[in-house]
Design a protein around this ligand. Structure first.
Ligand code: PLP
Length: 388
């Protein structure tokens, strides 16, 4: 299936909705039936058909079909947030007393789920340096159930060798899960590399317009049926039909948005790499990244997220640099049309993030859809403010 077909046609049944080009938002909480028999038939296959919107909804269903096809997985479930998708994926594989192995420095709420929340249920976790795949194997215990990857991971963008770790999981009969938000299904296809489940924050690239929070979970039909009947319906962290519709709209332009950042981001990286105030760049597609070769092998093209450490005297100077940027918004998310920064020093002093593993001079950047020159000019003037 080609990408254009998936994005423009797959799952769309226009003749059912008066040939409207854009699908309707089925803003309904349930479906009705003409007879008891029809209602019973639908109830008995609730995981496959619209019955009640906590389960299925026709608008949401179109989105699920497209995302499964993009990820090359058998099925997909969508959630009210990426964190809900991560939690459902992990919870579906474990019981009290089990053990999880997770890559170091994952997304902060994934970290909290594993290291704080699950502790209440006697679940133990080992965090490993994922740059060496054998660390996953070495950490396996008799009660290990899950290998959790995030490649590249948040803020510092270290990479895990997905194929090798998927093999380790298979060999030891464990479930492998990856957070694939950074690369998107267009640039990295973990399911085809042997990973069992891929999760996404749909809030980021998939939505792409900073207007909805969403989560995605892709995997086999059998496993997702189990999740549907378990974590999905029970915890009920679903995506609303309207937000599903917004994600569908976002997907229409995903390929061209990804092409755009693949062109502009390397230009900005080049500028930064040659600037005397930049001490270090964390970007999988820069030659200074220790896993540059693996990045090129595993991911199809560069994307728009990276971090830098700047040469500043103190936090105040980092703040001056950040406050001087005019074309980058200061905000938490990434993956949309607008460029953003998230300075690590924001975390300093916050109780919720007391163990921030990042240097205070680290700034996470996200490159949106602006012209590279405009952003470079802005960076240039902000660096001048701290160059005196
Ligand atoms: C944002 C993010 C999440 C969480 O997604 P939400 O939609 O905010 O719940 C998970 N993983 C990564 C890598 C993220 O960037």
């Amino acid at each position: 299936m080609d990408i254009s077909y998936i994005i423009n046609e797959l799952g769309e049944e226009r003749e059912l909705y008066m040939n409207s080009v854009a699908p309707p938002i089925f803003q309904t909480s349930m479906t009705c039936f003409p007879t008891v028999d029809a209602m019973r038939a639908s109830l008995f296959k609730e995981s496959e058909t619209p019955f009640y919107t906590r389960g299925n909804n026709p608008t949401t269903d179109i989105l699920r079909k497209k995302l499964a096809a993009l990820e090359e997985s058998e099925d997909c479930l969508v959630f009210g947030s990426g964190s809900a998708a991560v939690a459902a994926a992990v919870l579906s594989c474990i019981g009290s007393g089990d053990h999880i192995i997770c890559v170091q420095k994952p997304y902060s709420w994934t970290n909290k789920l594993l290291n704080i929340w699950l502790k209440r249920f006697d679940i133990s976790v080992t965090m490993v340096d994922g740059t060496d795949a054998s660390n996953f194997e070495k950490a396996i215990q008799s009660n290990t159930k899950v290998l959790f990857l995030e490649s590249p991971n948040s803020f510092t963008f270290e990479i895990q060798d997905i194929e090798v770790i998927a093999q380790i999981a298979k060999k030891h009969n464990l479930t492998s899960i990856i957070d694939n938000s950074y690369a998107t299904p267009l640039n990295q296809k973990p399911i085809t590399m042997g990973i069992d489940m891929a999760v996404h924050s749909g809030t980021k690239y998939l939505g792409g317009h900073s207007d909805s929070v969403a989560g995605v979970l892709c995997g086999s039909k059998a496993h997702l049926k189990k999740i549907f009947e378990g974590e999905f319906m029970t915890l009920g962290g679903i995506l609303s039909p309207f937000n599903a519709w917004l994600l569908l709209r976002g997907l229409r332009t995903l390929p061209i948005r990804m092409e755009r950042v693949a062109q502009t981001t390397p230009k900005i990286i080049d500028f930064l790499a040659n600037h005397s105030k930049v001490k270090k760049i964390y970007y999988p597609f820069h030659t200074s990244h220790p896993q540059y070769e693996l990045a090129k092998r595993q991911m199809k093209s560069p994307t728009g997220q990276f971090s830098i450490e700047i040469d500043a005297k103190d936090i105040e100077e980092v703040e001056l640099f950040c406050n001087s940027l005019k074309r980058f918004l200061m905000a938490a998310s990434w993956g949309s049309y607008e460029s953003l920064i998230f300075p690590a020093c924001t975390l300093y002093g916050s109780e919720n993030y007391s163990s921030a593993p990042f240097h205070w001079s680290l700034i996470r950047f996200y490159i949106g859809l602006e012209e590279a020159d405009v952003l470079i000019e802005d960076l240039q003037q902000a660096f001048e403010k701290i160059s005196s």
